[in-house]
Ligand binder design. Structure first.
Ligand SMILES: [Zn+2]
Length: 272
């Protein structure tokens, strides 16, 4: 699933090709990908609009349009946005095509059909409740420690709650907990001040490093030009059950926490 580093990479790589262009129209090959408004209204409102900017909040991509409206895209489990010139042969599993005025297209490819887009005048209903952005200056160790102290749930579940911190998902939460030496089942409020500071540094470090590697291509993530990311090669625990811990050599384990597979080292991340 695309997390903050993947969505940030997609944003960065779309900007030079898309900002300043007009959307000449959108073709929906599967209408379910459009959450609101209905297809007819969407088409009439979006056609002819200039894309004035592309931003990211958490895992949401936000296209600002000339009218002041916003096209908000969530890639969910398996979505990607691919740039291409030939709309007569779209990539397999393309659910929507955004046509640009220079003959280029953005293909919204989504094998599992969980991805969604919305055209809205105001983004508050979608992104208003999201937690802090972990790479912004406002996300301080003190803030993280304070937020953690209010939550009794397992730290892993808390970290992937988008209303707690925006943009962290399963892979990078596992990596950050490993880097900080914290077992994923520890109640969030049980972390010491020192552990919270370590976790804060680990979160920023794993996300920044993954952005540098253009995201992780574990399953279906591709950059807009079609290339895979390389961040998965830096993973030390995520998706590595049965392999040996790169620090202590112990066999890595996987447990399920709130339905999500969680990878960790039982020795470097001692049980609560
Ligand atoms: Zn270890």
């Amino acid at each position: 699933m695309p997390e903050l580093p993947e969505v940030e990479t997609i944003k960065n790589e779309l900007v030079p090709h898309v900002v300043g262009r007009r959307i000449s129209g959108v073709t929906l090959s599967w209408e379910g990908i459009l959450k609101e408004p209905n297809a007819q209204e969407f088409d009439s409102r979006i056609a002819g609009q200039e894309v004035t900017g592309i931003g990211r909040r958490g895992k949401y991509l936000i296209f600002s349009l000339g009218s002041g409206e916003l096209l908000i895209v969530h890639l969910k489990m398996s979505g990607s946005l691919l740039l291409g010139w030939d709309s007569s042969s779209p990539p397999r599993f393309t659910r929507a095509v955004i046509h640009l005025d220079n003959g280029r297209h953005i293909f919204f490819r989504d094998p599992r059909k969980f991805g969604r887009m919305r055209l809205l005048k105001d983004s508050t209903s979608i992104i208003g409740r999201l937690g802090p952005e972990p790479l912004e200056a406002g996300f301080t160790p003190e803030l993280l420690a304070r937020l953690l102290s209010k939550r009794k749930a397992p730290i892993k579940a808390v970290l992937i709650d988008q209303n707690f911190i925006a943009g962290l998902g399963n892979m990078y939460a596992d990596e950050a907990l490993f880097a900080a030496g914290i077992h994923p089942l520890r109640p969030a409020a049980s972390l010491t001040r020192r552990e919270a500071w370590r976790l804060h540094r680990a979160i920023k470090q794993v996300l920044s490093s993954a952005i540098g590697d253009k995201g992780a291509s574990v399953t279906t993530y591709f950059r807009p030009g079609g290339e895979p990311g390389k961040a998965q090669f830096q993973f030390r625990v995520a998706h590595r059950r049965g392999e040996n811990c790169p620090v202590c050599g112990t066999s890595l384990e996987r447990i399920t926490i709130r339905g999500r597979g969680s990878y960790f080292c039982p020795r470097c991340q001692p049980e609560p």
